[in-house]
Design a protein around this ligand. Sequence first.
Ligand SMILES: [Fe+2]
Ligand SMILES: [Fe+2]
Length: 320
Amino acid sequence: MNETIPSDTITTDTITLAHVSDVHLSPLTGLALRHLNVKRGLGYINWRRQRQRVHKRSALDAIVADLKSHQPDHVAVTGDLINLGLPAEYEAATQWLHDLGTPQGVTVVPGNHDIYTTLGSDPGVARWADYMHADAWGAQYSAPGTLQFPFVRRVGPVALIGVNSAVETPPFIAAGEVGDPQLAKLDTLLQRLEADGMIRVVLIHHPPLPGQAPPRRALRDAGPLSRVLAQRGAELVLHGHNHRDSHMDFARLPEVGGGSVPVIGVASGSALHAHGNEPLGRYNLLRIGRSASGVHIECVTRGIEAGGHSVVQIERKLLT
Ligand SMILES: [Fe+2]
Ligand SMILES: [Fe+2]
């Protein structure tokens, strides 16, 4: 598909949001005997046998260089920055985030590999707190403080809503859960943000709808979350986790105005080699704006060409 937004339908109130996910930073270093438990041991074996051949820093660096060359207004990172929840990985990801952009220009939500398994008093994802909290404007909608979800940030006409779906799970389970307290807050703030005329963009690691992932990798409360989305709506939902591009239009209830919520999954940003049906590294550039006729969202997918590190346009389409 090669549609583009007609230039006369875009107002100056248009932003470009880059979406990158599942960068699974490599190389994996800093594993010590004291870190090992059953889950981390099995995860390490999986990394050595499969994932370390797929996720390469050189691929991610090419993706980030291309992303920066397009000068997005903001970057959304939807989780799985690391692999085994090791202190050295959190530190490496902190440095990667600093290189990617400022906490004002980059928003992060955690993935299941970021909230992996406990490690004593290690602060874990709290190291990235500057990238995961409400800004001054969003504080009117969401709780202030560290690791409070959902949080709200503003980028021009867009309200970014950061939802945490990552919970600790047993070995072989990569499921997620939003939980009732977050769902209740999300329900309320989606209503308020719509009433205030904001373009609502929800960021979450796990695919939010029932059936988008097999049970051991799925969001446990995708049913309740999809009911909130059906009732309250959102202009866009961005997620990762499946390491594949996806686009679903989720119907909003007719009694609250109908329409649909585009749900966009992005592939891993660091894959240099094919793995199953996962493509090479990709990211999305979302051009989001409003005109007299409504909200317009254009999604450009860019990714690594086979056999090298060149990043090219894969697809361009209108979501609305
Ligand atoms: Fe992932
Ligand atoms: Fe994941």
